[in-house]
Structures are given as C-alpha cells and as structure tokens.
Design a protein around this ligand. Structure first.
Ligand code: PNW
Length: 518
C-alpha cells in the first residue's frame, strides 16, 4: 500500500513534469525575459513625398505623385506642404533624439536633386537640404539610412515611359551615382527602391501614381526594370564605392504574411502561390539560387498569357546576364511588414489580364484581429514570426532589417492600439530572433503623421502626432513614442502582458523546425 502510493505519486510527478516542460518549450506566454542584443539597431522612418512639402520649392520639379494628386479633384493635395519637413530639420531630428533611435530612415526626392530627371543638371539647393539633414543626424550620433526611391519618379521620366521603359534602369543608375558621390562618405545604409510591388502592381492598376491602368502587362514590365535598376545601383556601389566607404546597400520589399484560411490542401496551396506572387517575385531574383522569378509565377503567367492569345508571357523573362546581375545583389533584405492575410482559391472574377487573374487567390482577414485605421491593416503579430521563418527556410537565412512596421489610428495622443500593436510585433520579433532569424534592426513607421499617399492625412501612422492645421505643423509625442523610447532603452518588452493575438496555439513555434509544415 505504502509502496503503491509512492509509485503513483512518482508517476504523477513525472506526468506533471512532462506537461510543464512541454508547455515551457512551445508556449508564447512563458515567463522567460527575452532581450534585444546590444548591437540590434532601432530606428524610425519617413519618405520624402510624405513629409517634406515644398513640392516646387527651390527648383524641385514635379514628381508622379505631384501630378497624380494635382490632377484628381477628389484628392486633397496634402503633400504640397505635408509636415513641412523641408523647413524643419532641427525639430525632426529633435524627435529622433527624444526617441533615442540608432538610425533614421528617410528618402531623397529624385526631383529635388535632379529636376530634369537626368544627371545633366544638379539642383544645389536640393542637395543642400539632404546634406543639412544628414549633418544634423550625425551631430547627434544618429545614422542616416537613405532610400533612393520611395514612389516619387520625376514626371519628366514618366513622360518617357517611366519604369516600363528599360532605359529607366540607366536613369536610376545615373541618379544613384549622384547620391553616392555626394553622400556615400556619410551614409552607412542605402536602400535602392521601396516596395517594388507598390511601384509596379499598384502604380499600373490606376490606384497609385502614375495612375496608369495596364494591369497584367505594364506592371510586369515595371517589375523587371525596377529589379534590374536596383541591381545596377547595387553593383555600382559595390564596384566604385564599397572599398572606400564600407556601406551596405539593400532593397525594401513588402513582406506581409500570407496564411491559408484553414489547413485544407487547396488553401495551403493558394497561400503558397500567393506568397510567390507577392513576396517571391521580388525576393527570388536576389536571394534564390538561380537569380530568377519564382517558377510557379513564371508558369502561371506564361500559361494564362497563352490562353489569352499572347505570343509570349506577359511576365518578361530574365536573360542569363540579367540573372547574374540580380543574384546576390543586396547586403540586406529590407522587410516592410504590416499585416497578415488569409488565402483561399479564388471564386471572384478579376479583370483579365491582371496579376490577380494570374494568381487566382482570394484574401480575407480574420474578424478576431484588431482593425487599424487603414482598411487593409489588421494586427496579427504571429505573421511577423512566420514571415521571418519563411524567409529563413526559403532563402537561406538572409540578413534582414525590418525597414517598416507600423499602425494607423485616428487623431489623438492616447494611442493604445498602436502600443498594443508595437508590443505584440516586438514580442513576435524576439521569438523570431530566438529561433535563428538574422534580423539586424527594426524601423517603426512612422516618426510622425504624414501624407498617406492617396488617403492624405486621414490615416495617422506617427509616433508623433502632427497638427496639419497649424502653420508650423506642430509635432507632439503620442504614448507610443514614450513606449518605443522605453523599449529602445531597456531592450525588453516589459512585463509578461501579451496581446490576445499572440496567445496562439503551441504549433506556431514548432513551425520553423520543419519546412513541410509551412
Ligand atoms: C508602405 N498593405 O506602404 C509604404 O512604404 C509607406 O510609404 C506607407 O506610408 C506605409 O507603408 C503605410 O501604408 C504600404 O496593403 C501600403 O499591406 C500598403 C500595404 C503595406 C504597406
């Protein structure tokens, strides 16, 4: 009897031990304190059109966004003055100092520096603005991270065909040379192009500048040329500047996560093809072994094109020389991550031709995820974890900098939903780091409220609120600015509180261990 009860308590103890250790290994809510390492970089970001204003000041010429907004009476031209950052360098840098960031990611307006679009005429005043901004950052030990192209092509080049013209590759290389010549001595990080998918897929759908509707044709021409323009700007730096200045050059790609709506095979397949169309199309040419677009995308567009009577695929192919140029053409993958979508095979009818019609996937977002102020934005922190693991497994652990992540709200300084979103995604990032993702830095979008493209100033992404009615565009810190400052300082997410969307089933963390589960 005595022996028996001893025996059963041993078994019970062992059983309990197994339960505790299993939940400890796989739970998202264990009490382990995870830390960002000391060399992990924190920053915040903006883009020229969205903050600068001064759209025609001091010799700046018209960009495709100036033209797009000015020719559509339904859009308020908020970008004409925006946050007036063109006049407020010291206030902008003061906010960065308050936050305690390591770097500031901003973009250069091509039209401010080269008003003709070409390198024949350099606008000294335009260069001076960026030079002053860079010097002010360096004065306070903040590293400049410069995006060469964030959606604002010179209208003069658009008139010559823009990114659909293969000569745009040369134009961009010439522009990149001017920027490197002037700033490579002070700038350790360059990003060539921001979000080729927005530039091309949105830009050629009519809903984004240049507002051309050439779905399924112009967009794919643009993708090829933009990727090659990136690669040429990368090689230019490698060949002529790298030895002297030792900087890094990358590209910022939109890597939202695509989850199957449930685990049925057809939905898993739909998610896979959707990832190839939305992520792989831009990541594969640089990080896959063959330097090419994903095979699934090439095949889908080729066969659909044939059905439609085209004599060649609407997705132009890459020559062996172009693949060599592209393969390995980045020091880091800039990852812009905002949200997650759920995929299933399409039942909707899409315009034909179009990428949507080639891909044949419909997207939803769970009703359980918190909605941001932008219609497409829902909070699902686990998606960042999954996206990181996906890049590791498919592209062999590329060095990553999260070049954008953020949340939109309405007006007001008490932005609890942004704080929750930030903490949730930061926690997911700590899990991804623990599981081997090579993420070197994180960038909060955005330093301050700004012009959200066609949506104007109605969607607020700022850690700082901007009063667009005040002549000086007054900036005030939101609660999230204080929380971000504290995260940077402490390098932890304080307390064990987690948003409900992170209390996921335990399978999440195991996912990274076995590729077949993705
Ligand atoms: C990015 N989505 O665009 C841009 O790089 C920024 O200029 C912009 O202000 C910011 O994100 C917020 O929108 C995105 O649909 C646009 O998932 C759309 C999506 C993601 C990013």
């Amino acid at each position: 009897m005595c022996f028996q009860s001893y025996f059963s308590s041993v078994i019970m103890f062992q059983y309990l031990f197994i339960i505790i250790s299993l939940s400890g290994a796989y739970s998202w809510t264990d009490n382990k304190q995870r830390r960002f390492k000391d060399d992990f970089l924190f920053g915040t970001a903006s883009a020229a059109y969205q903050v600068e204003g001064g759209w025609d000041a001091d010799g700046k010429s018209e960009s495709i966004w100036d033209r797009y907004v000015h020719s559509r009476p339904e859009i308020t031209p908020d970008g004409d003055m925006a946050c007036d950052s063109y006049q407020h360098i010291s206030r902008d840098v003061q906010m960065l100092r308050e936050l305690g960031v390591d770097f500031y990611r901003f973009s250069i307006a091509w039209t401010r520096v080269l008003p003709t679009g070409f390198s024949n005429k350099i606008n000294k005043k335009g260069l001076q603005y960026y030079n002053d901004l860079i010097d002010e950052l360096i004065k306070y030990n903040i590293m400049p991270m410069v995006t060469l192209y964030h959606f604002d092509l010179p209208q003069s080049l658009q008139d010559l065909g823009g990114w659909a013209n293969p000569l745009s590759i040369n134009w961009f290389e010439d522009y990149a040379r001017i920027i490197y010549d002037n700033f490579a001595n002070k700038v350790p990080y360059f990003i060539t192009i921001n979000q080729p998918n927005s530039v091309c897929i949105d830009g050629y759908s009519g809903s984004f500048a240049p507002g051309i509707n050439s779905k399924g044709i112009g967009d794919y021409l643009c993708v090829k040329n933009v990727m090659l323009a990136h690669a040429r700007a990368y090689r230019l730096y490698q060949n002529e500047y790298k030895v002297k200045y030792q900087g890094s050059v990358g590209i910022a790609i939109s890597v939202n996560w695509v989850e199957p709506i449930n685990n049925q095979t057809e939905n898993v397949k739909a998610a896979e093809i959707a990832r190839d169309f939305t992520i792989g199309l831009y990541v594969s040419p640089i990080w896959s072994k063959d330097g090419d677009f994903p095979p699934s995308v090439k095949e889908a567009v080729a066969s659909r094109s044939k059905e439609q009577g085209f004599h060649r695929s609407r997705l132009p192919s890459l020559t062996p020389e172009e693949k060599t140029l592209l393969k390995g053409s980045a020091d880091f993958l800039g990852m812009n991550h905002y949200t997650t979508v759920q995929a299933q095979p399409s039942v909707k009818k899409y315009p034909s031709p179009s990428l949507e019609d080639d891909m044949l996937v419909d997207f939803a977002q769970s009703a359980n995820w918190t909605q941001g102020a932008s219609p497409w934005l829902k909070s699902a922190p686990f998606g960042l974890y999954k996206a990181c693991v996906y890049l590791n497994l498919n592209y062999d652990y590329p060095p990553i900098i999260i070049t954008e992540h953020g949340w939109s709200t309405g007006l007001g300084l008490r932005d609890g939903s942004r704080v929750e979103n930030l903490r949730g995604y930061m926690t997911a990032l700590l899990f991804a780091l623990e599981d081997g993702t090579n993420v070197r830095g994180y960038t909060a979008w955005s330093l301050m409220d700004n012009v959200e493209w066609g949506a104007g100033v109605s969607e607020r992404f700022g850690l700082y609120e901007v009063d667009f009615d005040s002549p000086k565009r007054k900036r005030s810190p939101r609660v999230s600015a204080h929380v971000y400052r504290r995260i940077i300082e402490q390098r932890i997410i304080e307390d064990t509180w987690l948003p409900s969307s992170l209390k996921m089933d335990v399978s999440m963390r195991r996912m990274g261990k076995d590729k077949s589960e993705l």
